[in-house]
Design a protein around this ligand. Structure first.
Ligand code: ATP
Ligand code: MG
Ligand code: MG
Length: 387
């Protein structure tokens, strides 16, 4: 479909699923990450770069082996990406500027606010101290969220400040990290929308999903979200409005809070494929991964790509996390193979640490109620008992 080589910063599960989508279209990908990373395991077409997406030298090396550079993670060195972009030989998508804004969650909030996108009120904490946080508590009320501005994922970087007494623990937990505080969002549901942005700046969005987190890690994703059509439609509009402002093409994950008063706020944005869009592999003819590839190399993206296979196609995705033993998750995987309508994805991670994302299961059926019935035994099996 295209002779150009796509370089991917990061070779985790998202990179792996990008490679799967690219291969099906005869597109060449090359990966920067550690040897034998999940994406490299399934890609023998290219010589890959061994190294890290946070090293400028390694990114430069990858840029010499590709025509288009994209990313599966936002925690990359954006200075070198900008240099590569300015040089003009390699096309960086989405733009380094987009990744730079998004990778600092406070800059991201300020950017969204400036562009009229609703977010939780936030305040930068430039000199962290008990006094500074007591001032936040007095202004925001308790609880509030203390968050690391950078390198956050799966809630690692967040601390709930329940009361004045929790402040010292919060400062201790997030010491040596750049911080900001966020007003508590009393949400009734967490929503997410995958938005595709084309080279010409057009946006398309997949249906609004509901995400359920446990210990700050996404556990389940319901498609469609079990809320009103009005809330789902407003979430899609908010997500598309937010993404319009970020330069560059590709897929974006927009996490949102549905509040008690029915208002919706953006929580955060990912400039890449996202856990809340994994179900699209089975529920849509064009997955979030293929949509990303098509967007960055300018292949057709008709509006129909975001419609589920049938109007009643519904799904529930369950993440497979590592448990107390290296093989704690295997009975769950076997049960998935016995479950009608379910598809098992394993990521090829050699070590299963507690809470590590090892794979996911998507159950597809007509209507969410049927999905709930099918997923129930799998959810039970996902609660591992220690031997
Ligand atoms: P991810 O793995 O999605 O990148 P992260 O580490 O960047 O996660 P956030 O998305 O900021 O973390 O927060 C993780 C979860 O914590 C949210 O999905 C939500 O459940 C809760 N949370 C975050 N911010 C707030 C808030 N302001 N008020 C209430 N709950 C919040
Ligand atoms: Mg995040
Ligand atoms: Mg998040």
């Amino acid at each position: 479909m295209d002779r150009r080589t796509i370089g991917i910063l990061g070779g985790g599960q998202l990179g792996r699923m990008l490679v799967e989508a690219a291969h099906r279209l005869n597109l060449r990908t090359t990966i920067l990450d550690a040897d034998n990373s999940p994406a490299k395991q399934i890609n023998a077409l290219s010589s890959h770069v061994t190294g890290s997406f946070s090293s400028s030298a390694d990114i430069l090396e990858l840029s010499k082996a590709c025509d288009i550079l994209t990313t599966e993670i936002e925690h990359v060195d954006t200075n070198i990406l900008e240099t590569i972009e300015k040089e003009g030989k390699v096309d960086v998508q989405p733009s380094s500027q987009t990744i730079r804004i998004i990778q600092d969650k406070y800059l991201q909030k300020e950017f969204l606010l400036k562009n009229g996108v609703a977010v939780a009120e936030s305040r930068s904490i430039d000199s962290p101290s008990v006094e500074a946080l007591e001032k936040v508590g007095a202004d925001f009320g308790y609880p509030f969220m203390l968050k690391s501005r950078t390198l956050a994922y799966d809630g690692r970087g967040n601390y709930v400040v329940w009361s004045k007494d929790t402040i010292p623990q919060a400062l201790e937990a997030l010491s040596n990290r750049p911080l900001y505080a966020e007003k508590w969002a009393a949400f009734t549901m967490e929503l997410a929308v995958m938005v595709v942005k084309t080279r010409s700046g057009k946006t398309l969005s997949y249906p609004t999903v509901e995400t359920i987190h446990e210990n700050n890690i996404c556990k389940l994703v319901y498609m469609p979200a079990r809320t009103t059509l009005s809330a789902r439609t407003r979430a899609q509009k908010l997500a598309e409005d937010a993404i319009k402002h970020f330069p560059g093409a590709g897929i974006f994950g927009v996490e949102m809070f549905l509040l008690k008063n029915d208002n919706i706020l953006v929580n955060e944005i990912a400039p890449r494929p996202h856990n809340s869009g994994h179900h699209t592999i089975e529920t849509h003819s064009t997955s979030q991964f293929e949509a990303h590839i098509r967007a960055i190399i300018d292949l057709p993206l008709p509006p129909s790509i975001t419609s589920p296979r049938t109007p009643s196609t519904s799904s529930i995705m369950l993440n497979i996390l590592g448990g107390p033993q290296p093989d704690s998750h295997l009975p769950l995987c076997k049960l998935a193979l016995e479950t009608p309508g379910s598809t098992l994805h394993l990521y090829g991670k050699t070590e299963a640490r507690p809470g590590r994302k090892m794979g996911h299961i998507t159950v597809v059926a007509d209507g969410i109620t049927n999905c709930e019935t099918l997923i129930a035994p799998l959810v039970r099996a996902a609660t591992y008992t220690s031997p």
